[in-house]
Each structure stands twice: as structure tokens, then as C-alpha cells.
Design a binder for this molecule. Structure first.
Ligand code: ADP
Ligand code: MG
Length: 616
């Protein structure tokens, strides 16, 4: 038999290689924009048609190419970015394999125009399926423009495999977001089907996020920062209440490259545990910086998975950085706790006007740093509400209340108000002088704070307090023995569930054993007061069944949430002033006063500034 092995002609080799690099229009977008960034561009414009199937064009003001380089750039393994293997380990550029342009040219019509800054003329090359159709000198702006038309024109099987225009557009957009988020220093424009999608000025990360996702994000973002020997973590997470039902705004980057990592996603969701319901995803934008040698650089060109050497440590750092960020943020964000005197307006002269005080946020302030409640020691009257078990240390948040706690209520406030168009002193100080909290509709507690007032949802607040007590790691909730043992019949179908739940329930302060078809209950958490244990346990079972499918939340957490919700005082319960004060104290000593364990808002803040505005 004669020899059968032949070398593949290069255009076929390129087509095969293209299959790896170019799956869809979005891959072209990624490769072209990355090349522009590597070329040092400060302005990049993306134009796409029909989800990129008909056209993907990227125009940059980067360094451009000489006419020889322009020709070379379409050759496989042609790259200006590495010269030898050692370079691989100090890569600063996004590309290095020299495959992208060759691959793209193999399966599309490509028009390249490029000009070096110092050159008078540029070069235009037209390429169709790896064949150079023409090359000539042309007048063109500095930088490079590459238009990729009719993707897969010569590979119908792949063309047919593409999704609808809207699907491909969505992927193009994702790719655009991923690079725009890591390069706020670059100006980006994006047009699709003749419509301007984005026009992004040079900015910083925070502004870039806001430009991409909307002004509302400015209020939602919580900065995250952590620096250790092995990793630097920065970026933003969002407040729990703005979680979404899809994880489509969850971005992880390492050394300015987007990547996916389920393990690290889990670190983030676990930092939100108890703050958001399961099935919700907080948007996040997390940037890792690690030494290039500690990740595998020789990744597949389109691969978004990256392996860290120190995966576990990074998990722990990330989780704690986010927990800390959320914790610091949690108390009444629009009020500056440490700004003393801001509303102690002095008596004014006749023609002086009052300056509206500035309200600032101090991002470093951590209201929780020393407010761990000191055990469940029950003293005196244990009311059903269980408030008296929490003994917060007040120093940290009492600034928040300021004079509201100490000053006497001015009884004749109304008589003293004068008709005046400017803000007068009475109005400014009125908010801080109401001393006691009071209830609205037996559902909300209104409490004056130094710079305004807050409304607290009493049910959610109490749920937060109870939940924290239940979930404490160092000790179990105290048990109170029931006067009479209670028997609770259970259904056969639920028996296996009860078997599984028995231990965690007992860890939450119950004393329950399973005896054939019955639960025998001899004790329940002190916190539950005189509530009916059977009702509480039924509630736990129901809640557990509903959340059973969700493996991301620990069983103890699930049970604690449902137990806390069962035990918490409901709307419609009248509270004494003392009980309200207890509840507020306990709430502010909790791990997360702003949000209930189900991620619902507990406190709404009304600043003096907002109040003043309403009277304008
Ligand atoms: P790689 O980026 O891996 O080097 P590519 O095939 O993407 O390979 O590009 C090949 C070469 O073409 C690059 O190394 C670079 O020298 C040049 N090049 C590609 N795009 C541009 C651009 N927009 N501006 C300047 N040079 C470019
Ligand atoms: Mg490249």
C-alpha cells in the first residue's frame, strides 16, 4: 500500500482550529476587543448586526500595524506577544497564541484596516475564508478596524447551529459587559442593528457598573476589599434586598479576566446566608488579583474556568470579606453615626440662613464590632416576646440615637413653630426630641434618631433577633421544660423527615423524641415563651418541606428561619414602650439589623434632609 499520510492544507487546518476559538459571534467580539486592549487602545467601538451573525466590527485607536504585520496577523501562530516559553509566565496581555485572527479569517469575510500612528498611510486587507483577496495602501485613522462579516459562510453546519439573533445578541452583550467591567479606563461604544446600546466614558469601576446597569446601582453597591499575601480582592456586592431571581449579574474576574467558578460563587452566597431567600442571587462584581504564576495561564483560549493554586484559602478570604462588607453596611446607611452636633443648630441672626447639614456615610464604621449579645441568660420576667434575653452593649449604636435618648420631649412643639419659608431651628431639632418609640398600626415602631427617624417592622425585627439567638455557634438556646409532656401525632409519610429533623430541632432548644407514630415534646426553647409547641413544630415541618430541594442552605439555617418566624411577635400585637425599647436594643445588637433572615427590609430610614425636602 502506498503512503497515505498527507499534511492538511493550511486553510483546512485553520478551519479546524477555528472550531475551537470561534463558536459564535460573541467569541469574535471577545477576541477582537482583547486584541484592541492589547494594542493599548483607549477608545474601542463595537458594531454588530443580527446578533453578530452578519457583522461584528471592532474599531480601536490602538497602536495599529505595519503593512507586513497586517499581513502576518492572519497567519496561524503569528503573535507579537510572546517570543519564547518563558514569556508565558509573565504574560500581561490577553492574547498570546496567535490563533484568533487566523481562525476568524478561515470562516468569515474579514476586512482589516490599520495604521501605525507615525505612518502616513494605512493598510487594508480583505480576506475571505483564509484567502487574501486584496491588500492595498489606504487613508485611514490611527489604529485598527476589523470587520468580520457572514460568520461561518463556508461552514453551513456551524452556521445552522447558531441561535436566534436575540440569543446571539445576548451573548455578544455578555462578552461586551465582561470586558467593559474590567476596563473602565477605556472608552467603549456599542451599536447593535444601528441602535446605540452603550456609550461609556472613561471612568472608574463603580461608575462603570452604574453606567452599564443603571443609576439605581449607585445606591445598591457595597464595596468589598481584602488584601492578603496570596490574593487581593476588591469590587462590589449588592445589598441583599436587590437580589435577583437569575444569576445574570454575577461577575468574577481574575487579573482582569472574566472567569466562572462555582466554588467561589458558593463562598459569596454563603456570605449572604440568612440575608436572602434561597433562589435569589445578589449581583456582584468581584476582582481578584493574584501573581500570574499562581494560576494556570495556559488555558484554552475560550475557557472561562481558571484554577487557583490556593482555592480554599481564597474561598475563606472572599467569604469573610463579603460578610464584613455587608456587616459594615447594614445600619441605616444614610446617617452618619459619628457626626456629632450636625443638627445642633445655633440660634440664628436675623438674615442668616441655615445650611442644610451634609449627610455622609462612613464606610469604615462597623456598628457591630463589639455588640455581640452576651448570652441567653434569662433574668426576671421572660415574656412571650423574649426581648429581655438579649443584652446588647449599647456604646456602638447609641450615637445613632444621640440626643433622642436623653433629651426631654418638648411638649409645646406645635405652639412654637413659626411661619417661615426657610428651615428654622424648631423644625431642625424637632426630630431629635421625641424620646420614646411608639407603635403605628401595631405593626411598625417609630423611633427618633439623631438625624431623622426610623420605622421598624416589628415582626421582622423580632424574627432577626430570635434567629440570631437560635443560630449562634457557641451555645445552644436554653430549654424550658414543659409543665406537661405534649404528644403530637405524625403522619406516616413524614416519619423519615422527622427522623432527620430530630437532632437539629433538639439543637435549637427543643426536647423531642420520636415514639412510633408520635412526637413526645417535653421542652421547648425559652425564647418561645408560652407558645404552643405543636404549632411551632408543624410550622417547622411545613417550611422544611418547602425548602427541601434547596441544598445550598444548611438544614440548621432553614429550621432556624422557620422557627424564628413562628415565634416572632406578629403584626397586630400591642407592645409596651419597654418592650419596644428592648426590641430596638436587641435588633441593633444583632448581626444584621437591616434585613430579616428572609432578606426582607427591617428598617426604613427617614433623614432630616428628606423630611425638609418634603416641606419645600
Ligand atoms: P494573539 O492576540 O494571540 O497574539 P491574534 O491572532 O489575536 O493573536 O492576533 C495576532 C497579532 O495581530 C497580534 O499578536 C497583534 O500583533 C496583531 N493584532 C491583532 N489585532 C490587533 C489590533 N487591534 N491592533 C494592533 N495589532 C493587532
Ligand atoms: Mg488575540
Amino acid at each position: 500500500m502506498s503512503d497515505v499520510i498527507k499534511l492538511l492544507p493550511s486553510h483546512i487546518a485553520n478551519q479546524i482550529a477555528a472550531g475551537e476559538v470561534v463558536q459564535r459571534p460573541a467569541s469574535v467580539v471577545k477576541e477582537l476587543i482583547e486584541n484592541s486592549i492589547d494594542a493599548g487602545a483607549t477608545k474601542i467601538e463595537l458594531v454588530a448586526k443580527d446578533g453578530g451573525k452578519t457583522l461584528v466590527q471592532v474599531v480601536d485607536n490602538g497602536c495599529g500595524m505595519s503593512d507586513t504585520d497586517a499581513r502576518m496577523s492572519f497567519e496561524r501562530h503569528a503573535t507579537s506577544k510572546i517570543a519564547n516559553a518563558d514569556d508565558l509566565f509573565k504574560l500581561q496581555t490577553k492574547g498570546f497564541r496567535g490563533e484568533a485572527l487566523a481562525s476568524i479569517a478561515a470562516i468569515a469575510h474579514v476586512q482589516l484596516k490599520t495604521k501605525l500612528h507615525e505612518a502616513e498611510l494605512g493598510t487594508e486587507i480583505v480576506n475571505e475564508g483564509s484567502d487574501v483577496v486584496s491588500q492595498e495602501a489606504v487613508m485611514c485613522p490611527n489604529g485598527t478596524s476589523i470587520a468580520v462579516k457572514n460568520l461561518f459562510f463556508n461552514v453551513p453546519a456551524r452556521r445552522n447551529f447558531l441561535g436566534k439573533n436575540t440569543t446571539e445578541y445576548r451573548k455578544v452583550l455578555d462578552e461586551f459587559l465582561r470586558v467593559a467591567l474590567v476596563h473602565p479606563e477605556i472608552e467603549f461604544k456599542f451599536h447593535h442593528d444601528n441602535e446605540e446600546i452603550y456609550n461609556l466614558p472613561k471612568s472608574n469601576r463603580r461608575q462603570r457598573i452604574v453606567h452599564l446597569f443603571g443609576n439605581a446601582y449607585n445606591q445598591r453597591l457595597v464595596p468589598v476589599n481584602e488584601e492578603t499575601d496570596i490574593v487581593k480582592i476588591s469590587g462590589y456586592v449588592t445589598k441583599p434586598e436587590y437580589s435577583k431571581s437569575k444569576p445574570d449579574q454575577c461577575f468574577l474576574f481574575v487579573n482582569n479576566r472574566f472567569f466562572k467558578d462555582r466554588y467561589l460563587n458558593h463562598a459569596i452566597s454563603s456570605a449572604y446566608e440568612g440575608l436572602i431567600p434561597s433562589g435569589k442571587y445578589p449581583p456582584y462584581f468581584i476582582y481578584f488579583e493574584v501573581p500570574t504564576k499562581s494560576i494556570d495561564v495556559n488555558v484554552h483560549p475560550t475557557k472561562t474556568e481558571i484554577k487557583f493554586e490556593e482555592n480554599q484559602a481564597i474561598y475563606a478570604f472572599l467569604r469573610s470579606a463579603i460578610k464584613q462588607a455587608l456587616g459594615q453596611f447594614n445600619v441605616a446607611p444614610t446617617i452618619d453615626f459619628e457626626q456629632e452636633n450636625s443638627f445642633n443648630t445655633p440660634k440664628l441672626g436675623k438674615n442668616e440662613t441655615v445650611q442644610i447639614p451634609e449627610i455622609k456615610v462612613n464606610p469604615d464604621y462597623n456598628p457591630f464590632k463589639s455588640t455581640k449579645s452576651s448570652g441567653t441568660g434569662v433574668t426576671g420576667n421572660t415574656k412571650t416576646t423574649g426581648f429581655s434575653q438579649i443584652k446588647p452593649q449599647k456604646e456602638d449604636w447609641e450615637n445613632f440615637y444621640g440626643e433622642a435618648k436623653t433629651e426631654e420631649l418638648k411638649k409645646d412643639q406645635h405652639n412654637e413653630l413659626t411661619f417661615s419659608s426657610s428651615i428654622d431651628e424648631q423644625e431642625v431639632s424637632a426630630g431629635v426630641e421625641q424620646k420614646k418609640p411608639f407603635q403605628i398600626k401595631q405593626k411598625y415602631i417609630l423611633s427618633a434618631v439623631k438625624n431623622g427617624f426610623i420605622l421598624i417592622d416589628q415582626y421582622r425585627a423580632h424574627m432577626r433577633v430570635l434567629y440570631d439567638e437560635l443560630i449562634k455557634e457557641d451555645q445552644q438556646p436554653q430549654v424550658q421544660k414543659l409543665l406537661f409532656e405534649t404528644r403530637m401525632p405524625i403522619e406516616d409519610v413524614d416519619r423519615t423527615i422527622w427522623n432527620e429533623l430530630l437532632e437539629p430541632i433538639n439543637n435549637l432548644g427543643f426536647e423531642v423524641v420520636l415514639d412510633k407514630g408520635e412526637l413526645i415534646i417535653s421542652g421547648q426553647p425559652v425564647m418561645a415563651g408560652d407558645q404552643n409547641p405543636v404549632t411551632l413544630l408543624e410550622g417547622i415541618l411545613e417550611a422544611y418541606k418547602i425548602s427541601e430541594q434547596d441544598d445550598s442552605v444548611e438544614i440548621k439555617t432553614k429550621l432556624a428561619v422557620s422557627l424564628a418566624s413562628g415565634m416572632a411577635i406578629k403584626g397586630g400585637t400591642v407592645l409596651t414602650t419597654e418592650e419596644m425599647e428592648h426590641l430596638i436594643d436587641a435588633l441593633f445588637a444583632s448581626t444584621s439589623p437591616q434585613y430579616s433572615p428572609r432578606g426582607k427590609k427591617i428598617i426604613e430610614t427617614f433623614t432630616l434632609e428628606e423630611i425638609v425636602k418634603r416641606f419645600n
